[in-house]
Design a protein around this ligand. Structure first.
Ligand code: SF4
Length: 354
């Protein structure tokens, strides 16, 4: 009964506030576009995603255009958005949909969730918004709102199940996607992590966290994930006007072009670095000199990069994963921001040493 009243109030609130958070994917029912937006939004803010989403949709208006594209072109558009495995998985999933589902994004939760890069949240969000399925999409906003309303402190499986059960009740409307989105918006605009606007909240009269006077105490804070420190050496090898770029098969930047780089420790000697360059890229280094270093921060990683210029004993032959290119053509290749900084250091060094 309470839920029925609250559901109506929530939808009224949502429709009144819908224009306050502009998101281009909110004006479509196309499952492909909604899915793309959900993937881009993982760990990334709305305002960052919007230009990437618009650029992507302009170039790839359909899922078929994604499936037919090559990964280099897709990564080039994704460049700078980070978490590149999202892009690689989206590409793999698009190919699978044409192979296994005749090009139609599955409406079945279990089938959709089996696609590369699709988790429970993404499946719930896409299927509820695009296909009107009554499936919860519990992101951090909804988790916070529901934990507070229900007074659930512990982040446990049984509490998550209580939230899901409660949400199923809320979702029994004609537009379950609107309920999911309304709760996400409420979490982002009203029931914020810090200083929630309880006095403006439609749930205040039933909210357990408000009743006990401690909204921010629900749910209990997540343990902080330790930032991993990584050290690497990145080498710039030039031959006349050409510069060497490489692709790695593993690591967070796999499939993207980068300058040959190897992981090191604080005590790795130059001889070992040279050996690693030979083993990983086949570069027989004659000499190397340090031209700069910087820290590159990612959400859970702090990467310390030492930048070297390299000179090789003999010219390296191109292969599938090694290319000699003109420096001015670098921007045609998908390259993570970290390596753009490496190149900046190289350019500054070159300009300074002229
Ligand atoms: S009353 Fe406060 S704590 Fe409860 S749901 Fe609303 S904003 Fe969140």
């Amino acid at each position: 009964m309470y839920n029925t009243i609250k559901k109506k109030e929530l939808l009224i609130w949502y429709n009144l506030n819908i224009n306050k958070r502009y998101m281009p994917w909110r004006s479509t029912n196309d499952p492909y576009k909604i899915w793309l937006s959900e993937i881009m939004l993982q760990q990334t803010q709305v305002k960052t995603v919007i230009p990437y989403y618009n650029k992507w949709i302009k170039k790839y208006p359909t899922l078929e255009s994604v499936a037919k594209s090559n990964i280099d072109d897709l990564l080039k558009i994704w460049e700078g958005l980070g978490y590149y495995s999202r892009c690689r998985n989206f590409h793999k999933a698009s190919i699978k949909i044409f192979k296994d589902y005749n090009g139609k994004i599955p409406e079945d939760f279990d089938q959709f969730k089996k696609l590369p890069g699709v988790g429970e949240y993404t499946a719930g969000a896409v299927l509820s918004i695009a296909y009107g399925k009554k499936i919860p999409a519990i992101d951090t906003n909804i988790l916070r709102v529901m934990s507070r309303i229900l007074g659930l402190k512990e982040r446990s499986k049984s509490n998550l199940n209580k939230i899901k059960k409660n949400l199923i009740d809320y979702l029994s409307t004609e537009k379950p996607g609107d309920i999911n989105q309304a709760l996400m918006d409420l979490g982002s605009m009203i029931c914020k992590n810090k200083d929630p606007y309880c006095q403006n909240c439609i749930f205040q009269d039933i909210c357990k966290a408000w009743e006990v006077g401690d909204p921010e105490g629900f749910p209990a804070k997540n343990k902080k994930v330790a930032v991993k420190k990584i050290l690497m050496s990145s080498g710039i090898l030039v031959d006349d006007e050409l510069i060497l770029i490489a692709k790695k098969k593993n690591g967070i930047y796999r499939e993207m072009w980068q300058f040959p780089s190897v992981s090191i420790t604080s005590s790795t000697k130059d001889n070992l670095i040279k050996k690693k360059f030979k083993e990983e890229f086949g570069i027989k280094i004659k000499s190397m000199s340090l031209i700069g270093s910087f820290n590159h921060l990612l959400s859970h990683r702090n990467i310390y990069v030492k930048v070297f210029t390299l000179s090789a004993r003999k010219t390296l032959i191109e292969s599938k994963n090694l290319k000699w290119i003109k420096a001015k053509k670098l921007n045609l290749f998908p390259m993570p921001n970290l390596y753009k900084r490496v190149f900046e250091i190289f350019q500054n060094y070159k300009n300074g040493s002229k």
